[in-house]
Design a protein around this ligand. Structure first.
Ligand SMILES: O=C(CCC(O)(O)[C@H](Cc1ccccc1)NC(=O)c1ccccc1)N[C@@H](Cc1c[nH]c2ccccc12)C(=O)O
Ligand SMILES: [Zn+2]
Length: 583
């Protein structure tokens, strides 16, 4: 390389090391606040965010001075990452947006809904527990509405201000709005991310429509035709989930063949004396069995795996990289774990983030990230696809009363249970950022936040609110990722990509038979293939990482459709006389 490139590479080395130290400091401040919500900790987060933003803007100006045209792709990629920013140079605006951010997350994490008796219920575990377990229509309506009344109105105006400030920062840097920057994380030519995900949705919508019609029929039989019509939209509070985003908790209502052996292991976990720590150790054992790294001792010392009873915390699960140097690793999970199968999934999800951190920790700081945000979300869920097979649950003693390969009826039950988590999620994973991209672009103004939210919920999920909603409400605020400002299309990407990953890893593991029976447990070959992709981090555009693991360079729904093919056939038969759809 030329002397100029040498100089640029030296500058990059210093940049990466300083960035690593500052990211470490930022993680510490955010961890302190997330595990102990106080005004003092919130103020420290704001200060650290200000400091990091100011430094990043200064380095961006410095970086822009280099003429990188003759430099290597790797050097160009790093400069490209450094010279992209959506932050305002106006310190007051930066402070304000950071303050509103901590306020919104605090409202979400500390709000409660109070009964006439005066008892106040938290979202996690109380209100979510009612949505998951109650089959009383009115009690479900109360819990669903109380949470939205508790968080929506107090957030509405703050959120509108947060959007305006985020947009000003983006526009100051030459972007049309903040949504352009968020979509930029996928490096799609001409900002075509939305076209790509719309194309995938068109291919999976028929499968979703079949599941929707089948579940609508079952819910109508359970709650009565007067409460649930067998045509049109389904009331949103009957799916066993506060957001109707995953429907696995109503498996008992919709199970196709009830006399087949049960496959929900939540009760067995309690009977066998599982506690949160044992759940984490079980998850770790799977990752280690395929050749990924065990959790370092600091993980066990510093993680927060249960809700403390003496302070307010952010219960929504998350995985944390403290950007330490290799050999001094500090990675943690924060989660208010409950002993059930759903939280066992979430633990695998969070630990997937941790394994990504561990595998790319030798990369330059700029590359210590996912190939795209959807990759980061897909790692743990891919592993959970193996864990969730009856074969694996039997191997680890959580399922006893099943023999080897089960009959068709058992397999339909199993595929339906998976579809309640994975297929049901797809329209939800798509619509959240469709709403947010239109809020950022100004297409949805604050006076229409709630009306447009429900138009999208009705259009994509085929659900409707159980009670009248107005634009005084702010129902988007009821979902963590909106007040916390966390993008969501990453989960839609992940729910499609994880089946591509599983297909590739199962082939590598030498699995034969249908994809939904594949368990890559103990396959070092499959693990090596996964590790090879994870070690790339953010060093290459994501199609290259996709190619490294699957051999193709696209997000392709054929794997998820193949996985659920036997179920789709069965559903089409079941739904012969149903009026499909809702528009
Ligand atoms: O939000 C999450 C899990 C939380 C998270 O692990 O994705 C977390 C979200 C977060 C982001 C930023 C700050 C705080 C929390 N993301 C991470 O911890 C994380 C860490 C490093 C890199 C990328 C993300 N899951 C989604 C949906 C979902 C995806 N897979 C699942 C499996 C089981 C249950 C739910 C889900 C949800 O609950 O709606
Ligand atoms: Zn995640």
């Amino acid at each position: 390389s030329t002397p100029d490139e040498e100089k640029a590479m030296k500058w990059l080395e210093e940049y990466n090391e300083e960035l690593r130290q500052r990211q470490a400091k930022s993680a510490e401040a955010n961890w302190a606040q997330s595990t102990n919500i106080t005004d003092e900790n919130a103020a420290k987060v704001v200060d650290v965010t200000m400091e990091l933003t100011k430094w990043s803007l200064k380095k961006m100006e410095e970086g822009k001075k280099f003429d990188t045209s003759g430099f290597s792709d790797d050097v160009k990629r790093q400069f490209g990452m450094i010279t992209k920013s959506g932050s305002s140079s106006d310190e007051e605006k930066t402070r304000k947006v950071a303050e509103i951010g901590t306020e919104l997350e605090k409202i979400y994490s500390t709000s409660t809904a109070c009964l006439p008796s005066g008892t106040c219920l938290k979202l996690d575990p109380d209100l979510e527990g009612i949505l998951a377990k109650s089959r009383d229509y009115d009690r479900l309506t109360w819990a669903w509405l109380s949470w939205r009344d508790a968080v929506g109105p107090p957030m509405k105006d703050k959120y509108a201000e947060w959007v305006a400030l985020m947009n000003e920062g983006a526009q100051e840097n030459g972007y049309a709005d903040k949504g352009v920057i968020w979509r930029g994380a996928y490096e799609m030519p001409n900002d075509t991310l939305e076209e790509m995900v719309d194309g995938v949705w068109e291919k999976v919508k028929p499968l979703y429509t079949q599941l929707h019609a089948y579940v609508r029929r079952k819910l109508s039989e359970t709650y009565g035709e007067d409460k649930v019509l067998t045509t049109g939209h389904i009331p949103a509070h009957l799916f066993g989930n506060m957001w109707a985003q995953q429907w696995n908790n109503i498996y008992d209502i919709v199970v196709p063949f009830p006399d087949q052996p049960a496959i929900d292991v939540s009760d067995t976990m309690v009977e066998q004396g599982y506690d949160p720590l044992r759940m984490f150790k079980t998850a770790e054992a799977f990752f280690v069995s395929i050749g990924l790294r065990p959790m370092p001792q600091t993980f066990w010392d510093k993680s927060m795996i249960t809700r403390p009873d003496d302070r307010e915390v952010v219960c929504h699960g998350s995985a944390w990289d403290f950007y330490h140097l290799p050999g001094d690793t500090d990675v943690r999970i924060k989660m208010c774990t409950k002993v059930n199968q759903e939280d066992l999934q979430t633990i695998h999800h969070e630990m997937g983030h941790i394994e990504y951190f561990l595998t790319y920790e030798d990369q330059k700081t700029l590359y210590r990230g996912g190939a795209n945000p959807g990759f980061h979300e897909a790692v743990g869920d891919t592993i959970a696809l193996s864990v969730n097979t009856p074969g694996h649950l039997k191997k680890i003693g959580l399922l006893q009363n099943i023999e080897g390969n089960q009959g068709t009826e058992f397999q339909i039950n199993e595929l339906l249970k998976m579809a309640l988590s994975k297929v049901a999620f797809l329209p939800f994973g798509l619509l959240i950022d469709k709403w947010r991209w239109r809020v950022f672009s100004g297409d949805i103004t604050p006076d229409k936040f709630n009306t447009e939210w429900w138009n999208l919920r009705m259009k994509y999920q085929g659900i409707k609110p159980p009670v009248e909603r107005t634009d005084e409400d702010f129902d988007p605020g009821a979902k963590y990722h909106i007040p916390s400002g966390t993008p969501y299309i990453r989960y839609f990407f992940s729910f499609v990509a994880q089946f591509q990953f599983q297909q590739a890893l199962c082939e590598e593991a030498g699995h034969d038979g249908p994809l939904h029976t594949c368990d890559i447990y103990q396959s070092k070959k499959a693990g090596a293939k996964l590790k090879n992709m994870l070690s790339m981090g953010e060093s290459k555009p994501w199609p290259e990482a996709m190619k490294a693991i699957t051999g193709q360079d696209k997000l392709d729904p054929s794997a998820i459709l193949k996985y659920f093919e036997p179920l789709e056939k069965w559903l089409r038969e079941q739904n012969k006389n149903e009026e499909l759809g809702w528009e």
